[in-house]
Design a protein around this ligand. Sequence first.
Ligand SMILES: Cc1cc2nc3c(=O)[nH]c(=O)nc-3n(C[C@H](O)[C@H](O)[C@H](O)COP(=O)(O)OP(=O)(O)OC[C@H]3O[C@@H](n4cnc5c(N)ncnc54)[C@H](O)[C@@H]3O)c2cc1C
Length: 382
Amino acid sequence: MTSANPRKYESLDAVIVGAGAAGVGMGVVLADLNLDSFAILERDKVGASFREWPEEMQFITPSFPSNSFGCRDLNAVTTDTSPAFALDREHPSGGEYAEYLQGVVEFYDLPVWTDVDVESVQRHGDEFVLHTSAGGIQSQFVIWAAGQFGQPNDAPFPGAGHCVHNSRVGSWSTFASECVDDPVVIIGGHESGIDAALTLANLGHEVVVLDEEGPWQFRGLDPSEVLSPYTSQRLQEALERDHPIVLEDGIRVERVDTENGSFDVVGTNGEVFTTQNRPVLATGFTSELGPADDYFEFDNDQPQLTDRDESTIASDLFLVGPQVAHNGQQFCFIYKFRQRFAVVADEIAARLGVDRTPLEEYREKRMFLEDLSCCEPDMCDC
Ligand SMILES: Cc1cc2nc3c(=O)[nH]c(=O)nc-3n(C[C@H](O)[C@H](O)[C@H](O)COP(=O)(O)OP(=O)(O)OC[C@H]3O[C@@H](n4cnc5c(N)ncnc54)[C@H](O)[C@@H]3O)c2cc1C
């Protein structure tokens, strides 16, 4: 269900901003607690960021309908749903995953208010006032779930404006059809850079990937830091089949110059990669929190959180999603950050005096990660 837009100065117990993976998953936990005075505000549609992925892009984390044996589908946002089952896909595309999220919204009858853009968040006494494109909303609790997709890191060096960030490519085949017979230079060799390289190479284009570290050479326990097995396997197979992919590590791009329709991608050691195709930025996303930024303290670009994922400087304001980090570990995959929804819900329910027993199921089903010692660097068992 996507409900009617808010009336002027609607007053609620809790507001979730964003109906992506984090907002929808968090909404299910609040619904399980029988909270009836909450809403999920979404500026676009449910799963909007996923709908904007390049059409060829698929999930790297596999989905499998393993719930009945106690192992949650890695891409599920609730204890009992499975994108693998709902979509009959192991590696869904962004559009398919958005359909799964829409299905969750309908199944749980979540109060999602679409086309409501949160323009500002202000603290007034004990409450927050959110100014939105559809009027003002007062709420005791705000759960920020607006994701990172709207904040591409697209100005990491001078001349980056001559490039295109991979999140702005709607279709690699359309991009490829506009390329001339010259290599495509991709800046950044993590998941999205290698994924773009594989897709463009499959479309018959020569590709050069530049990265300072060269993450494709490393293995490690945390797939946030090295290539996932899915991408690593596809890369090995492509290289064995002599696909035209050149991987250059040790290159820190310092700037991009352009002249007469040609681009020079320049490294800090004077290396120059010249191409007539627009270079691709696969430089990730920033950790900014848009209108909620002023209510979080940042250290090293990381929003600072209590052990209940509440802002350290504004009580009753929580963060869920990929910007959550503890002990140096970024909860940037769905299977990581979904384990914190119940922690946030538990805290809110305690403050509202609501019965918290429905959360026991989250504990039993291992969707309630309170012991953050499992997330200390080098000790993560995931
Ligand atoms: C290319 C790519 C591939 C990925 N692959 C995987 C993968 O294989 N496995 C995995 O686990 N993770 C993957 N991720 C990460 C995963 O997609 C993100 O962690 C996830 O989307 C984060 O969910 P979210 O709900 O926080 O943000 P989003 O899904 O981005 O949702 C945020 C929502 O908030 C809305 N919004 C934003 N600002 C406002 C506002 N001011 N007012 C109202 N609404 C607002 C947006 O429209 C959006 O719908 C990938 C990410 C990318 C970019």
